[in-house]
Design a protein around this ligand. Structure first.
Ligand SMILES: [Zn+2]
Length: 105
C-alpha cells in the first residue's frame, strides 16, 4: 500500500506579495494610457516566496483563497463577539480606554 495522492495535491494558500513593478496597482503607466502589468499578470500580486508572477489558473485560486482569508478577518474585526468572550473583553477595554467614554452620571 502506498499513498500516491498525498499532501502535494492539496491546495495551499500561497503568501502573496505586492508586485514591485506596479506597486500592487495591476497596471503600469504607458505612453498614453495605463497598461496591464506584465510582471504580475495584471493582478497586482506576486508569489511572496518565489517573487514570481503566478500562472493565471493558480493566480485565480490564490486570489480567491486570500480574499476568503481577508474577508473573514474583516468580519472578525466587525463582529468581535463571534471570536469569543476574551476577544470581546479586550476590544471593549480598548474602546473604554480610547474613544467612547460614558461619564454621564
Ligand atoms: Zn504588477
Amino acid at each position: 500500500m502506498r499513498k500516491s495522492h498525498g499532501q502535494s495535491f492539496k491546495k495551499q494558500v500561497i503568501k502573496l506579495a505586492e508586485c514591485p513593478a506596479c506597486q500592487g496597482r495591476a497596471v503600469v503607466q504607458g505612453v498614453f494610457h495605463e497598461l496591464a502589468c506584465e510582471a504580475c499578470n495584471a493582478s497586482g500580486w506576486i508569489d511572496g516566496w518565489t517573487r514570481q508572477a503566478l500562472p493565471l489558473d493558480e493566480l485565480v485560486t490564490q486570489l480567491g483563497m486570500n480574499l476568503r482569508v481577508a474577508t473573514s478577518q474583516i468580519e472578525q474585526l466587525r463582529n468581535p463577539q463571534v471570536t469569543g468572550p476574551e476577544e470581546l473583553y479586550q476590544s471593549s477595554n480598548r474602546i473604554g480606554a480610547g474613544g467612547t467614554n460614558f461619564t454621564g452620571d
